[in-house]
Write a protein that binds this ligand. Structure first.
Ligand SMILES: Cc1ncc(COP(=O)(O)O)c(C=O)c1O
Length: 437
């Protein structure tokens, strides 16, 4: 292929992607949209630079402004999460988790966490699954007993399991709370003292719920007994794609060493600057934003239930977070439903349900779909708009209307929501393609 042809094709694909998202309803729970101020930071010269090490102790010159930005980011993030110590150098949530494994465990130790069907993330996975914990750090992995009715970790069974494992001589060193399907706060308060009395470190993966914690609308893991919290900075927290670790001063040296030189060298400084912007936005608007997320999630879950969808955890009020889990096994399964919704410009992802493997279902075509409302909330959608989204989904999945027909109505609906809210500057069109060539 001719180089200029490829070059032109790339930019036309990018523009097509922007058009697609301008007329879609984005409901992926792990995604969000950044403000224009974040994007300005992303195209700054910071993206061309290197800053290995800690501010003031870099191994490269030229960092005088970069250091100030990193120190400002550290101050903001510690304030938002009430942390004594923070490290904002991990370049993603997985990297942050890997740094925690390296800081607090040795290969051959064991971690207890949620299994993937129960909402766990592949970064907690066993070696045979290619999971980060097992394959990269050599951890053995045990799973929290999970209560399907509560859609949560079973406290009593977990205590018994931990006691049994330790009595058997297992080197159980780390508990990892947190999940990718995170409907309800985890029992950190109920388990952390017990875990610590058994010699374990209590970690909490807030990749999904970081924006809700910073907005004071979810549990507060550091106050509930967590030793260390990891986050992604781009899910409910509306920053660029990156990670961070929050903890206490007594763990600072171990964490710093694990992050650099352990799992990062340079740390993608344009996204550091973008994170700093997003944290300012969270400080100013975070509470209002997180409050609206929870209202939207609860309203959408109830509306979907009313429309005939089997939304998980009805007896518990469906969700206390940005996420909703729906059993679509009666509608052709997660793969099919994901596809027809995408054809209608409604973007969701298929997801394992806790009981899927026992029913013979597999992650390629699981029984569920997962929905998140962070991005639509950033676009200014509120409770009434959730009811409209539920009715679009019903038309596609339950009424089996032609998705292409529904897509036209979705695009029309989206025209009302083209600004990004909860940020200082919102004058521009949310998904506009910005051409600077
Ligand atoms: C619970 C959890 N932890 C960690 C991660 C990984 O985060 P990242 O994509 O920033 O590496 C994810 C990603 O979706 C997640 O859901």
């Amino acid at each position: 292929m001719d180089a200029f042809e490829a070059y032109s094709r790339l930019f036309s694909l990018l523009e097509d992607h922007h058009k697609f998202f301008s007329s879609s309803i984005p409901l992926i729970a792990s995604e969000n949209i950044t403000s224009y101020a974040v994007r300005e930071a992303l195209i700054s010269d910071f993206g061309h630079r290197y800053a290995e090490g800690w501010p003031g102790e870099r191994v490269y010159a030229g960092c005088r402004y970069i250091d100030q930005v990193e120190l400002l980011t550290l101050e903001l993030i510690k304030d938002l999460f009430g942390a004594e110590f923070a490290d904002v150098r991990p370049i993603s949530g997985v990297t942050a988790n890997l740094a925690v494994y390296s800081a607090f465990t040795e290969p051959g130790d064991t971690m207890i966490c949620l299994s993937i069907p129960n909402g766990g993330h592949i970064s907690y996975g066993k070696r045979e699954l290619g999971g980060t914990a097992g394959l990269v750090h050599g951890l053995n992995v045990e799973y929290f007993p999970f209560n399907y009715e509560e859609m949560n970790i079973d406290v009593d069974k977990t205590k018994k399991k931990i006691e049994k494992l330790i009595n058997e001589g297992v080197k159980l060193k780390l508990a990892m709370f947190g999940a990718s399907v995170f409907l309800f706060p985890h029992p950190v308060k109920e388990l952390s003292d017990f875990m610590k009395s058994m010699g374990m470190i209590v970690a909490y993966d807030a990749a999904h719920v970081a924006g809700l914690i910073a907005g004071k609308c979810f549990q507060d893991p550091l106050r509930e007994g967590a030793d260390v919290v990891t986050i992604s900075t781009h899910k409910t927290l509306p920053g660029p794609q990156r990670g961070a670790i929050l903890s206490w001063n007594k763990y600072a040296d171990a964490i710093k060493r694990a992050v650099f030189p352990g799992v990062t060298s340079n740390h993608h400084l344009h996204t550091l600057a973008g994170l700093c912007v997003a944290l300012c936005e969270m400080k100013a608007f975070g509470r209002e934003y997180a409050t609206q997320i929870i209202k939207n999630a609860k309203t959408l879950a109830q509306a979907l239930w009313n429309e005939g969808f089997k939304v998980v955890a009805e007896k518990k009020g469906f969700t206390e977070s940005h996420t909703i889990l729906i059993d679509v096994s009666g509608h052709g399964g997660g793969l099919h439903v994901e596809k027809i919704l995408e054809d209608a410009n409604i973007i969701v992802n298929r997801n394992l349900l806790p009981w899927d493997l026992k029913m013979g279902r597999h992650f390629t075509n699981p029984g569920g779909i997962r929905i998140g409302v962070s991005e639509v909330t950033r676009l200014g959608m509120r409770e009434d708009d959730m009811i409209e989204i539920a009715s679009f989904m019903k038309r596609v999945v339950i009424n089996r209307e032609d998705p292409k027909v529904v897509a036209k109505d979705v695009a029309e609906f989206r025209k009302k929501f083209n600004e990004i809210k909860y940020c200082f500057e919102n004058a521009k069109e949310a998904y506009a393609y910005i051409r600077i060539r």
